[in-house]
Design a protein around this ligand. Structure first.
Ligand code: ZN
Length: 215
């Protein structure tokens, strides 16, 4: 990873498990225990809670975990804009935990900052098989070349989609038309627009994110 894009690295690393819980709301997610002073989540899970990262201009650009956000605050790279009601306790102190942080220096975000990877394709497609429309855990999805590689199909954002094994098997080495399949959506590159839609999905869990995401 190049040195000038640490943010997108964070994004990839931390975002995916959250996206899984977005895609499958039924799953038991420790981050979903709405912790308004009633029960303080265990420290480990609290440190993994998503934190919205704003650019210096208040533009939402990223989601990271509490642990990483607190490092950015300690380094003086960011300041807290919204706090969680929960706290983490060290031996001597209780520390307030951020829910939204803002970078103090403006960071230029390239239009397309996502690497083409299995994780990012599943994230873009929200763990939904693009042929049968069902949501699966990441482990039960594969990537399908819409136009098969044997037919000159490339490994690109526009030609790779999330696909369950069953659909992948029955499609085989055919195009969707030949197999009688229809794509749920036309595959597109992962842009900041896509990221923002995902942030909004996650943001529905945290009221403190709303004013930054729903404008
Ligand atoms: Zn399927």
């Amino acid at each position: 990873m190049s040195a000038n894009r640490p943010k997108s690295g964070d994004f990839r690393g931390r975002y995916a498990p959250e996206a899984g819980s977005v895609a499958a709301p039924g799953s038991a997610d420790p981050a979903d225990s709405r912790s308004h002073n009633s029960t303080v989540p265990r420290r480990a899970s609290l440190m993994q809670e998503p934190v919205l990262v704003l650019n210096a201009t208040y533009e939402p650009i990223n989601v990271t975990a509490v642990r990483r956000a607190m490092v950015l605050l300690l380094k003086g790279v960011a300041q807290a804009e919204e706090m969680h009601s929960a706290e983490v306790h060290s031996a001597a102190h209780a520390h307030k935990v951020p829910s939204v942080i803002r970078l103090l220096a403006y960071r230029h975000i390239p239009q397309q900052s996502r690497a083409l990877s299995r994780k990012n394709i599943l994230l873009r497609d929200r763990n939904t098989c693009q042929f049968c429309g069902r949501i699966f855990p990441s482990s039960e999805l594969t990537l399908d070349h819409v136009v098969p590689r044997s037919r000159g199909g490339r490994s690109s954002w526009e030609n790779l989609v999330a696909c369950c094994y069953r659909c992948n098997n029955s499609k085989g080495d055919r195009t969707p038309e030949e197999a009688g399949f229809q794509l749920a959506r036309r595959p597109r590159p992962f842009t900041l627009h896509t990221s923002r839609q995902l942030m909004r999905l996650i943001g529905h869990r945290d009221e403190r994110w709303r004013k930054y995401l729903f404008y």
